[in-house]
Design a protein around this ligand. Structure first.
Ligand SMILES: O=C(CO)COP(=O)(O)O
Length: 139
């Protein structure tokens, strides 16, 4: 399963703690992240992470492109709702694409807890498999 991990600056500590807590689950999946978030996860958890550009430099859009190509199965995006982001349009576009493609998205710790437990139980669908099945069924 391809999982994207993203956190705004004031939520990065929060995300790191979350990834450490569920490291045994994350270790079984392919992890992707925006640049700074990804580097911190690598440094502080030892997990293998594919890093995109930093969010303000296009990282959110790169993850969006993966979503549009059915290559991202889950997004955990620890957003900071109290700080204006210079790349707010990119943030909105990423969230919009999750809705366009029905990709599960958590924007806070509480929802992320629920989703990661669903991943552990094997309840989150793999997008590429889902797309292949739809093609075969002619949808
Ligand atoms: O800004 C971000 C998401 O919108 C996160 O980017 P960084 O992980 O590079 O800080």
């Amino acid at each position: 399963m391809n999982i994207a991990l993203i956190a705004h600056d004031k939520k990065k500590d929060n995300l790191i703690r979350f990834v450490q807590k569920y490291k045994s689950i994350f270790t079984n999946h392919q992890l992707f992240a925006t640049g700074t978030t990804g580097q911190r996860i690598i440094d502080e958890t030892g997990l293998d992470v594919h890093r995109f550009q930093s969010g303000p430099l296009g990282g959110d859009q790169e993850i969006g492109a993966f979503i549009a190509n059915h290559k991202m199965d889950l997004i955990l995006f620890f957003r900071d709702p109290l700080t204006a982001q210079p790349h707010e349009p990119d943030v909105s576009a990423l969230i919009r694409l999750c809705d366009v493609y029905s990709v599960p998205l958590a924007t806070n710790n509480g929802t992320a807890e629920i989703l990661v437990k669903a991943v552990e139980r094997g309840e989150v669908e793999n997008r590429s498999t889902l797309k292949k099945n739809e093609r075969e069924e002619g949808n």
